[in-house]
Ligand binder design. Structure first.
Ligand SMILES: Cc1cc2nc3c(=O)[nH]c(=O)nc-3n(C[C@H](O)[C@H](O)[C@H](O)COP(=O)(O)OP(=O)(O)OC[C@H]3O[C@@H](n4cnc5c(N)ncnc54)[C@H](O)[C@@H]3O)c2cc1C
Length: 304
């Protein structure tokens, strides 16, 4: 079995950037992706906050551009799902269904997935349903939106949404927020925000996009229909780490812990982008991580 200098798992913006840097540094590198390269940006309708595109760019076009640049520099991409890792030997092994791939270093760039409500929101992805106010807030200027959640992210992002939306209903299943007190104070003093306590979203409807959101009060059982153009969901984010069975250290949410070189607790194993513990999950931060990790992996291979 031949051995790669570097294997990268996941072809989102983080993994593709790491691949681009590694291929350009003439490392013997392979990127493994289970789906179409691009990651979450493929489900992002329009991106307005990625530098270099003042008019904005569609997620699909940005993914294609990053992929084409990486391929042109010599990156190999294999379509397969990583099932597991074997990090016990000096050489690391990536386990696929049909084979194992040996590598001197490894970058995990498998991303994350927002936790869903399971009330039919899939139909309205990019048509009113969003998991990211930083990304999509500006599309809801002077609109009414429903936000779901009660933690720091939900409250902070809802406050951010009030810069654009004329009204934000925050739906929370309990009668008090989990968010830090200072965020709560800001939210309570914001006259664009209204709180729907002890409530859950049970469905949504609309012809071309979200037009109404159904909310049920868990205490009274009453159902209300809110005329709204958007529904932002912040009930958690799940790292894509099913194939990592305790191989590297994670935080309590399951996100991989790294140092400032993106290295995990296992020498030669790096983690980047949304799958790592990070204060911001965006394309710009993912590509930055990718560049750092590729250079770190190069140094690791040279010195080991
Ligand atoms: C709806 C939406 C809108 C967004 N809008 C913006 C925006 O406007 N601006 C912005 O900066 N950010 C935006 N984001 C956030 C941004 O998309 C993410 O921060 C970014 O994509 C993270 O990149 P990543 O490479 O770390 O992970 P991902 O993009 O999640 O890519 C991970 C890749 O790994 C693959 N993978 C996972 N497990 C395996 C496995 N076992 N084997 C093989 N492959 C695997 C996945 O298929 C995926 O392709 C948005 C996110 C969403 C969901």
């Amino acid at each position: 079995m031949s051995e790669y200098d570097l294997v990268i798992i996941g072809a989102g913006p983080a993994g593709l950037t790491a691949g681009l840097y590694a291929a350009r540094a003439r490392m013997n590198v392979l990127l493994i992706e289970r789906a179409v390269p691009g990651g979450q940006i493929l489900v992002t309708d329009w991106i307005e906050n990625y530098p270099g595109f003042p008019e904005g760019i569609s997620g699909f076009d940005l993914a294609e551009k990053i992929k084409e640049q990486a391929l042109a520099l010599g990156l190999d991409i294999e379509t397969a799902e990583v099932q597991g890792l074997d990090l016990s030997g000096t050489s690391k092994e990536v386990i696929l269904k049909e084979k194992r791939i040996k590598t001197k270093s490894l970058i995990i760039a498998s991303g994350a997935s927002p936790r869903k409500l399971g009330v039919g929101e899939d139909k309205f992805m990019g048509k009113g349903v969003s998991f990211c106010a930083t990304c999509d807030g500006p599309f809801f200027r002077d609109k009414v939106v429903v936000a779901v959640g009660g933690g720091d992210t939900a409250v902070q992002e809802s406050i951010f949404l009030t810069r654009f939306a004329k009204k934000v209903y925050l739906v929370h299943r309990r009668d008090e927020l989990r968010a830090t007190k200072i965020l709560q104070e800001r939210a309570f003093s914001n006259d664009k925000m209204e709180f729907l306590w002890d409530s859950v979203v049970t469905g949504m409807d609309g012809l071309f996009g979200v037009e109404k959101v159904n909310v049920k009060n868990l205490k009274t059982g009453n159902e209300t229909e809110i005329a709204a153009n958007g529904c932002f969901i912040w009930v958690g984010i799940l790292p894509n780490t099913e194939f990592i069975k305790g191989d590297v250290k994670t935080d309590e949410g399951g996100f991989i812990m790294v140092d400032n070189k993106m290295q995990t607790n296992v020498p030669g194993v790096f983690a980047i982008g949304d799958v790592r513990d990070t204060p911001l999950r965006q394309i710009a931060t993912a590509v930055g991580d990718g560049a750092v990790a590729a250079v770190s992996a190069e140094h690791y291979v040279e010195n080991s």
